[in-house]
Ligand binder design. Structure first.
Ligand SMILES: O=P(O)(O)OC[C@H]1O[C@](O)(COP(=O)(O)O)[C@@H](O)[C@@H]1O
Length: 321
């Protein structure tokens, strides 16, 4: 993939963020998601690539845009798999709280896991502790491994986890181990990435969230030298059948980084919608809006934070009607 594709992808996430930020705090998550999806789709049409959506807004009969299998781009560039979440954290945006963003991951065709829309158990760490974790090991062993890798006491380790009843056991195990906890309402892609940035103060992510989000986070962590391990968690016969269709017959199979995203020719781009630990959200100031984006390429290992300043009069599609 051309390195210039990275910057093109930032234009896509910026558009989605600008469109959905208009809906902040309005309690309308579907409208916000639709605005992000539509904006993302429009900009994709101008990108020199031949992409196929492998993780998107749903199956073709459920989603009018960015559906699985949809072809994107001018069809003149490289053939790539595209994973999108135009608005990661729809509830966050609807209530105007912390950490919603627009996100894309792209890899060479065939290299992204076509994760079905079901749950995935995950564990994620940044580069210091990559290679030292094991999703099948007790929570305390993983906390000890991270503490050792980061040269801290276990009491100083911060674990991030979605605040859900299904996580009660893990949360009490983390507490018993003496580590600190950051409970979040939503947004485990950002949570996983936080483990790779010291300024967030987060060391390890535990817990079960969406499988598509697991693949997006794995691409981000691959660019950062971190690690995510996952296990699909089908909740019914239909989801089990989908796992089998993907060739996953052993439901306890641990999906390692190479299963989630093969090779290192992959790009991750995200733009903040609401303020978060990692990215500032969109701010509107009259005719101008500002954005902050993160774009990374695993092949080069380059990580860029990009501040954008947008003249809204020149982007009429992004002004809410
Ligand atoms: O809310 P659930 O069912 O626990 O699912 C968790 C998943 O939902 C999210 O918190 C937000 O997803 P949406 O943006 O689709 O609302 C993800 O980050 C996470 O993987």
């Amino acid at each position: 993939m051309e390195r210039s594709l990275s910057m093109e992808l930032v234009r896509v996430t910026e558009a989605a963020a600008l469109a959905s930020a208009r809906w902040m705090g309005r309690g309308k998550k579907e409208e916000a998601d639709n605005a992000a999806t539509e904006a993302m789709r429009k900009v994709f049409d101008t990108i020199p690539m031949h992409g196929t959506v492998v993780i998107g807004e749903g199956e073709m009969d459920e989603a009018p845009m960015l559906y699985i299998g949809e072809e994107l781009g001018t069809k003149q560039g490289p053939k790539v798999d595209v994973a999108v979440d135009p608005l990661e954290g729809t509830n966050i945006l609807a209530s105007g709280s912390w950490g919603a963003f627009a996100v894309i991951a792209v890899a060479d065709q065939g290299n992204l896991l076509h994760a079905p829309d079901m749950y995935m158990e995950k564990i994620a760490v940044g580069p210091d502790a990559a290679g030292k974790i094991d999703i099948n090991a007790p929570v305390i062993d993983n906390l000890r491994a991270v503490a050792k890798a980061k040269n801290k006491d276990i009491e100083d380790v911060v674990a991030i986890i979605l605040n859900r009843p299904r996580h009660e056991k893990i949360i009490s195990e983390i507490r018993e181990a003496g580590a600190r906890i950051k409970l979040i309402s939503d947004g485990d892609v950002a949570a996983a990435l936080n483990t790779a940035f010291d300024f967030t103060g987060v060391d390890i992510m535990f817990g079960t969230g969406g499988a598509p989000e697991g693949v997006l986070a794995a691409v981000g962590l691959k660019c950062l030298g971190g690690e995510l391990q996952g296990k699909l968690k089908p909740q019914n016969e239909e989801e089990l059948r989908r796992c089998h269709e993907m060739g996953i017959t052993d439901i306890n199979k641990v999906l390692m980084m190479e299963d989630l995203v093969r090779g290192d020719d992959c790009i991750f781009a995200a733009t903040g919608v609401t303020d978060g630990e990692l990215l500032k959200g969109v701010q509107f100031k009259g005719s101008i809006a500002t954005t902050q984006s993160l774009v990374m390429r695993a092949k080069s290992g380059t990580v860029r934070f990009i501040d954008g300043r947008h003249m809204l009069k020149k982007k009429p599609n992004l002004v809410m009607k």
